[in-house]
Design a protein around this ligand. Structure first.
Ligand SMILES: *Cc1c(COP(=O)(O)O)cnc(C)c1O
Length: 387
């Protein structure tokens, strides 16, 4: 049975979202796994998703035994190119993952229309989309269910963490039944994660992010910290770990509950302000800004921009203590195995691969302010956009 405080967080989150039910998990990917399992996705089924994602979004598909099928992205919205979806549909296609990338909604109307015509289920991967809107409707209200992440680089964080929302009664019943089988986090990992949350609040500022990210990844590899990914996960060893299907801890739920009382709304408003700031500043500098349609109203997790020399600008940012992100470092971000292990064939998504070479991103999180954004944009202007 999920703990009382976790139940309370689930109810409060569902209320905040305006959905019928929500379920909390140790990580976002565990929630996505629960959705796929509850939908009866299994061996020989195919799941369509953009070829520009986090390897952790692919893991649940592989763990369940289904095959990920990648669709190239639209170079403007970084979401699935709606014209390239239908060509990927086969008799085995069960699910289309409508992924919000950097917070930007995918072209939902087209995706829903294609899915309807082919009798395929749409699930929203809103791990980067919490608070975003498409034609006035909130992320999480389009598919049969949606998954969200509370990993520390996402919109809001509990160190790590994940949620699922759904308005579908039958699916909710199935997922609720599955939560009875969740294993509980151990005392030591829950405690360590609380300490990490505390340290994170104390030390993550724009000037320190790059150094801390490197140190964090190193400590996770050495098994000192509770990582967001185990080495087995990023290296493509996909046999299901008995501890994968894990519940949210009480500490994570408390952290989430605290944020639902105002901080999350301020966080989302800040992200919208930072987007407006970057739009204006880049336009003033004559640098190509984000040109998404007006009916997309994202709460940006990060603000993507293209540069002529990505490696060079990341190194300069690192040296100068300017926060600049590398998302994504490959079509399947943070994958340390050959991409073919995840059924991604090199060259299959050329726009995604070009984005990997060209895109860096500007910070929008609550501790990044205009002065930090200005420094990052100054650096961009030194390097310039791709020719
Ligand atoms: C982060 C992320 C996930 C996984 O979330 P975790 O909480 O780290 O498991 C899945 N999909 C996308 C698009 C993500 O960005």
């Amino acid at each position: 049975m999920p703990h009382k405080i976790v139940k309370k967080f689930e109810t409060s989150f569902a209320e905040w979202m305006g959905v019928a039910s929500a379920f909390a998990f140790w990580k976002g990917r565990v929630g996505i796994y629960a959705i796929l399992k509850a939908l009866g996705v299994g061996e020989d089924d195919e799941v369509i998703l953009p070829g520009y994602t986090c390897v952790t979004a692919v893991n649940p598909i592989k763990v369940i035994g289904a095959k990920p099928v990648y669709v190239d992205i639209d170079p403007v919205t970084y979401g699935m190119d709606p014209d390239k979806i239908e060509g990927k549909i086969t008799k085995r296609t069960k699910v289309i993952f409508a992924q919000f990338t950097y917070g930007i909604p995918p072209e939902m109307d087209t995706i829903l229309d294609i899915a309807n015509r082919h009798g395929i289920t749409v699930v929203e991967d809103a791990c980067q989309g919490l608070g975003s809107k498409y034609k006035g409707r909130a992320a999480g209200s389009f598919g049969i269910a949606a998954g969200y992440s509370m990993q520390w680089t996402k919109t809001w964080t509990a160190g790590i963490g994940g949620l699922v929302s759904t308005n579908d009664k039958d699916l909710a019943r199935k997922i609720e039944a599955m939560t009875e089988d969740l294993c509980q986090p151990s005392f030591s990992e829950a405690t360590l994660l609380s300490i990490q949350r505390f340290v994170h609040r104390a030390i993550i500022y724009p000037a320190t992010t790059a150094m801390i990210t490197n140190t964090y990844r190193w400590l996770v590899r050495k098994n000192v910290l509770v990582g967001s990914s185990t080495t087995a996960e990023t290296e493509g060893r996909l046999e299901i770990d008995p501890h994968f299907f894990k519940a949210m801890s009480k500490g994570q739920a408390k952290s989430g509950l605290r944020q639902l009382r105002g901080a999350l709304d301020r966080n989302l408003a800040h992200r919208r302000q930072m987007r407006a700031f970057y739009d204006q500043l880049l336009a003033e500098r004559g640098y190509p800004k984000l040109e998404i349609p007006d009916y997309m109203d994202p709460a940006m997790v990060r603000y993507p921009v293209r540069v002529a020399d990505k490696a060079k600008i990341l190194e300069m940012a690192n040296q100068k203590g300017v926060e600049l992100g590398e998302w994504f470092d490959q079509p399947l971000h943070q994958c340390h195995a050959p991409l073919s292990v995840y059924d991604y064939q090199d060259g299959c998504c050329p726009e995604a691969e070009r984005a990997v070479r060209e895109v860096v991103n500007l910070p929008t999180h609550p501790r990044a302010h205009e002065k930090h954004g200005l420094k990052a944009v100054n650096l961009l202007c030194e390097i310039g956009p791709p020719k």
